[in-house]
Design a binder for this molecule. Structure first.
Ligand code: NAI
Ligand code: 15L
Length: 269
């Protein structure tokens, strides 16, 4: 049967807020989880990923999990360790104990952030099996989350789709994002595909729209049934007029991870 009741962790965050609007029309009932309060959601479970009892309640009876919760930028290692590494482990363990069969994990382009970006029209797209080259402790935690999914599939038969998300925001706001933007509507399409595709086992995909300036190969995402409908190109002229084209000689522009490789944005909390 198609999954129906979905635990959405990180539901108070930027993507979580977007997905709370965009996923129910696909027929899902969302159970919300976040450490931050969620306005107008009295049934949400407000707890930290460190709280194993809260996680047990959260996973009880769900058909699948979308795991967005965690620190979404660079932070001191100890904070990344608690929220993203220990926290994701706690979630997988709760899922295993409760018999949840599938987890969709919000990985990130920063798991492969030190990979040189394609330069020029003929440069090959970055394949999904490119070696991981994390650009931050944050990127290392996403690399760990991917390995956790691989391990729980091989050891326990729990399926995972790890989505190396580019930039999922309402609009692209810089020139790098022209290549890696995932529109919120395409984000919902990809999550729906990851929840419903048959026999995913352990699958890793890049998460972006069908951008004219795309840097990576979307074929593993398309193999799940994902058919992106959006392209960042209508935003290109304005962003390039404002910021100029990417400069391969600028270290901030040299790699997939952009400035995370040089001067990463820091989690504010
Ligand atoms: P966000 O920072 O807006 O939301 C993350 C949410 O996780 C927040 O509401 C926060 O309260 C919650 N959270 C953090 N630590 C927690 C803990 N210990 N226990 C419970 N909840 C906790 O991030 P955003 O942009 O919504 O991203 C969602 C996920 O997707 C994150 O895992 C992020 O790393 C990943 N991602 C997002 C991208 C994007 O472009 N938005 C790009 C690549 C990956
Ligand atoms: C991420 O992994 C972050 O969570 C998001 O806030 C953006 O910075 C995105 O990557 C990006 O690379 O633009």
């Amino acid at each position: 049967p198609a999954p129906r009741t979905i635990l959405l962790t990180g539901a108070a965050g930027g993507m979580g807020t977007l997905m709370r609007e965009l996923l129910p029309p696909y027929g899902y009932e969302l159970r919300l989880f976040d450490v931050a309060p969620i306005p107008d959601a009295p049934d949400a479970i407000i707890a930290d990923l460190a709280d194993k009892d809260a996680l047990r309640r959260a996973v009880e009876g769900v058909d699948a999990i979308i795991h967005l919760a965690g620190i979404s930028l660079e932070a001191p290692f100890e904070k990344i360790l608690a929220a993203n590494i220990q926290g994701t482990y706690n979630l997988y363990e709760a899922a295993r104990e409760a018999g949840v069969r599938r987890i969709v994990f919000a990985s990130s382009n920063h798991a492969v952030g030190f990979t040189p970006r394609p330069v020029g029209d003929d440069a090959p797209l970055i394949p999904i099996d490119t070696p991981r080259r994390p650009d931050t402790y944050y990127g290392i935690s996403k690399s760990f989350g991917e390995d956790l999914g691989s391990y729980y599939w091989d050891k326990y038969g729990i399926e995972s789709v790890a989505i190396r998300i580019g930039s999922c925001f309402p609009e692209p706001t810089n020139v790098r994002m022209l290549s890696i933007w995932m529109s919120p509507a395409d984000g919902a399409r990809l999550l729906h595909a990851a929840l419903t595709a048959e026999g995913v086992g352990y699958t890793v995909v890049y998460g972006s729209s069908n951008n004219t300036r795309l840097w990576w190969d979307l074929s593993s995402a398309r193999a799940l049934g994902y058919d992106p409908q959006d392209d960042s190109e209508p935003y290109a002229a304005k962003l390039i007029a404002e910021h100029g084209e990417l400069d391969p000689a600028n270290p901030d522009h040299a790699n997939l991870g952009g400035a995370f490789c040089t001067n990463p944005p820091i989690w504010p909390h």
